[in-house]
Each structure stands twice: as structure tokens, then as C-alpha cells.
Design a protein around this ligand. Structure first.
Ligand code: FE2
Ligand code: FE2
Length: 345
């Protein structure tokens, strides 16, 4: 029997009663999306060690040397984006905590059987292998300052992460739809850079991570598809509210005891390397507008109609801004990163 979410949600998770009822009413739809996520026994499942030398087997020395040789060809710019992506993934406990603040969709016991809780745990289990494989990989390359990277991860975890949704599950799922697409783009572009540097295993690894992010993105978008169907006014307003606060990047609070503007500098390098830019931000808005058919929704109340108008014009505004950021990025002088022993990129 499905429990009544409205009466079992802790009071600190604030969402209006009507939204909690919608979240509860679409549980079967959420359950249908669980097949998007892989579980330990699945045939196509991958694990971090699939890409790493196996120290329990003879001949690991050769595999390790091959990895290190390939890594020597990676430009510093690629190393910095790889490290930044890895640090982002390594702050997974913060994202897991954030998911559990989505009112009505939270895991009430820690091993709750509701579709939201099952999704949340299987999603975290997939995310876990991203930071895991990237961390081990970067360590083995011998090309990065692992201690500085570890300090940055610790800072990020200590500083926390607020996606500014006030417990609102609609806003939470808009955020995750957006953010999963952003990470998919980022890992996919790092895969391309690895291919360019002739590093096949790293290419495959980043492609697989990007594939995981694509399934996550699809899942969260489907959650929102249904919310748009059941409660279009609430869905539009949540999308609007999320975009008005702008999407907080998960690694925004990273620090390394050296560079007070570390995240901003990482963003500049990611933009320069063509891994993730303000143009991608605008493209994602466009994509979500199309996916949720914002331009053609009819019958909205006046508040939601205003939100619809705001959203439909939004990507054009971000595109203009992206042009200005391009110029700023071009003019930036190389920045030293502690992650790569203070070499500047
Ligand atoms: Fe990830
Ligand atoms: Fe993901």
C-alpha cells in the first residue's frame, strides 16, 4: 500500500499540500522510470576497475605504464577540466542530501521502498562510480597534485550545496533535469578532448559516464513531463522560479586554500577548452522549453502565463550574455592551478 506522503513528510521540507498530493499521485509513473538505472546484477553495468590496471593480476606493471604514457599526452587544460569534473562528482554526499530535501520525494527511513527513494539510492549508486573511477584514474596518471585535489574535495563537502529550492520537489526535478544534462555535456566534451589526445581508454570512460548522465537526465525530465501534465501551472511556476534564481553549479563552493576564485577560474578553463560554456547554459534552457512544450501550453492561470512568457524569452537573453562572456574569457591571462602544481592554463 502506498503511504500518504503529505502526512509523512518532515515539517522542514516545505511544499504546499497540493504539490505533495501531485508528487504522491504520480508514484506509478516514477516507478516506471526505475528501469533507466542500472543495478549491480545488470549485464551492461560497468565498474571503475574496468578501466584501471588490476593490481591483483600479473602484468599490471605494463598496464600501468601504458596508462601513464597515454596520460603524458594530456594537455594541462584537459587535466584541469578532468580534475574539476572529478571534484564535482566526489561531492556526491551533498547531492544525496539535496535529493532527500525534495518534499514528498525523500527517503523517509534510509531504505524506504517508495519509487522516489529507490530511484534516489540507485541514482546515487551510479553517481558514486563517476567520482570513484575519475579519482583513481587521476591518481594513477601521476600528473596531478592529489593532496591539493583532496583538500578541494574536503572544502567542497564542508561548504555544502544549496540548490535553492526550499524543499520544493518540482523545483528540485527541474534542477536535476538541467544539471544532469549539463554534466552529460561536460563529460562528453572531455571524452572528445581525450580522443583528440589519442587516449582511447579515457575516451571510453568519459563516454560511459556521459551515458549514465544521459539516462539520469531522461529520468528527471520524465518526472517533470508528468508534473507538467498533472499540474501545468505549478510546473511552469517552478521552472520559472528555478531559472530566476539561476542554476547553482554543484562545485560552486570549491576552495583549495590558495585561490579564492577557484570555481570561477575553473569555469573559465572549462569554457576555453570547449567543455562547458554559457552557450551550453542557453542551449539547455532551449532544450527544456521544447521538451516541456512551454511555447504551446494553453489554459494557464495569469501568474503561470507570465512565467511562461518569461521562460520563452530566457534563452535569447542568455545567448546575448554568452557573447559577452566569450570576450571576457578570450581576454583572460593564464591562471595557475594548485591541482597541477601551480602551472598556469
Ligand atoms: Fe555523475
Ligand atoms: Fe548524473
Amino acid at each position: 500500500m502506498i503511504e500518504n506522503i503529505a502526512t509523512t513528510t518532515p515539517p522542514y521540507l516545505s511544499a504546499p499540500e497540493e504539490k505533495l498530493e501531485v508528487i504522491e499521485s504520480i508514484q506509478d509513473h516514477i516507478a516506471d522510470q526505475l528501469s533507466l538505472l542500472s543495478l549491480p546484477g545488470d549485464e551492461k553495468n560497468w565498474q571503475p576497475t574496468d578501466f584501471l590496471p588490476d593490481f591483483a593480476k600479473d602484468g599490471w606493471e605494463k598496464d600501468l605504464e601504458e596508462l601513464r604514457e597515454s596520460a603524458r599526452g594530456l594537455p594541462d587544460e584537459t587535466l584541469v577540466v578532468l580534475v574539476g569534473d572529478m571534484i564535482t562528482e566526489e561531492a556526491l554526499p551533498n547531492y544525496s542530501a539535496a535529493f532527500n530535501r525534495f518534499a514528498g520525494a525523500n527517503d523517509k527511513t534510509g531504505c524506504d521502498e517508495s519509487p522516489y527513494a529507490r530511484w534516489g539510492r540507485a541514482w546515487v549508486a551510479e553517481e558514486n562510480r563517476h567520482g570513484d573511477v575519475l579519482n583513481k584514474f587521476m591518481y594513477l596518471t601521476g600528473r596531478v597534485d592529489m593532496r591539493s585535489i583532496e583538500r578541494t574535495i574536503q572544502h567542497l563537502l564542508v561548504n555544502g550545496f544549496d540548490l535553492q529550492h526550499d524543499g520544493d520537489p518540482y523545483m528540485g526535478f527541474v534542477y536535476t533535469s538541467f544539471q544532469e544534462r549539463a554534466t552529460k555535456i561536460s563529460h562528453s566534451n572531455v571524452a572528445k578532448l581525450s580522443q583528440k589526445a589519442g587516449f582511447k581508454d579515457l575516451y571510453k570512460m568519459c563516454k560511459l559516464i556521459s551515458g549514465d548522465e544521459a539516462r539520469h537526465e531522461e529520468g528527471y525530465k520524465r518526472f517533470m513531463d508528468k508534473i507538467f501534465e498533472v499540474d501545468p501551472n505549478g510546473a511552469v511556476l517552478a521552472f520559472e522560479a528555478m531559472m530566476r534564481t539561476t542554476i547553482t553549479m554543484p562545485a560552486q563552493q570549491m576552495l583549495d586554500d590558495r585561490d579564492p576564485d577557484l570555481f570561477e577560474h575553473f569555469e573559465i578553463v572549462a569554457q576555453k577548452a570547449g567543455v562547458y560554456s554559457a552557450h551550453d547554459y542557453a542551449d539547455i534552457i532551449d532544450h527544456l522549453i521544447k521538451r516541456w512544450k512551454l511555447e504551446t501550453i494553453t489554459g494557464l492561470n495569469s501568474e503561470a502565463s507570465e512565467g511562461q512568457e518569461y521562460l520563452c524569452k530566457l534563452s535569447a537573453r542568455y545567448r546575448k550574455l554568452a557573447g559577452r562572456i566569450d570576450k571576457k574569457v578570450r581576454d583572460y591571462r593564464p591562471i595557475p592551478f594548485s591541482w597541477i602544481f601551480d602551472r598556469a592554463v
